[in-house]
Design a binder for this molecule. Sequence first.
Ligand code: TXA
Ligand code: MG
Length: 321
Amino acid sequence: MLKTEILADDGISIARAAQILARGGTVAFPTETVYGLGADARNPCALEKIFEAKKRPYSNPLIVHFSHLSAAYELLTFNDLALRLAERFWPGPMTLLLPKRPSSPLDSLVAGNQSLVGIRIPSHPIAQRLLNECGQPLAAPSANLSNHVSPTQASHVLDDLDGRIDAIIDGGDCQWGLESTILWPKKNEIIRLRSGALTDSTVSNSLGIKPKALTGKNQPQTPGQHRQHYSPRAHLCINVRDFAENFVRIGFGDPSPNDDFNLSPRGDIEEAAVNLYALLRLADTKASQLGKSVIAIAPIPWGGLGTTINDRLTRAAEEKD
Ligand code: TXA
Ligand code: MG
């Protein structure tokens, strides 16, 4: 069992975090999407600690985070479309799948068995300062136990990983509350492997190319596409209009006295995204305190971030083994 250091958001803490990372340790840090669990992307022993702490299968690849585009450009091959996406949406909530350059020092563990590496440049000021201080790319999956709900606050990370990681930088709430959108820029088309905080319409309005969903034929396949993922511990029922008495209830819009929680009483989809994972965790705690086994959630409208929220809820609602 490790003693997990809780670091504040100041210069001394960032330097301490960078020192832990340089020695092959693990540090959770906030990004604009969710908290990530960082380790040196060149160091296999450090990467192994991520898999161990999260109880994550080694076959599930890790997103590598860079501070700026030129650092990423040195290690990965960008086609024209990748460069256009990078220049338009980085820093920000987008991950691109790109081939490694032969000389790249990124460890093979970051790509799992996949041929491409997922990389992104986060915009969060703490993530930026940490990456700059380290001067090295950091692999960082979401900082939760594998298959559990992603963390959007430092306390969520500690609930899952206290004693399993070296440190965490507490940077308050994450801005988006949903993970990055994962895109694979092919020659003339963009394949979306995971919906996320960057919506299809934002991409198509800007580049004139609408991302296409990954299909069975459209490899590479990613474990993020597994049906059950992002789950609370209680069973989740989605699209519930008539809540039964013995459910923990999460509403959306139309506040009701029967709601245990509401994602956004004014029906705002961005607010719902920010609150989603935090409320799933709170609902889970309430369910176990009250001896209830079901969390029921009201219908969420599709479109934009609503599509990402519905994607996550559908996966979370899959039957558990
Ligand atoms: O917003 C985010 O993307 C956050 C923050 C911390 O950056 N990270 C995150 O990482 O959500 P993670 O590991 O929880 O989810 C990344 C997903 C996984 O489903 C993984 O399988 C997929 O991306 N992935 C990563 N690298 C890949 C690759 N080289 N090929 C295919 N899929 C990949
Ligand atoms: Mg994750």
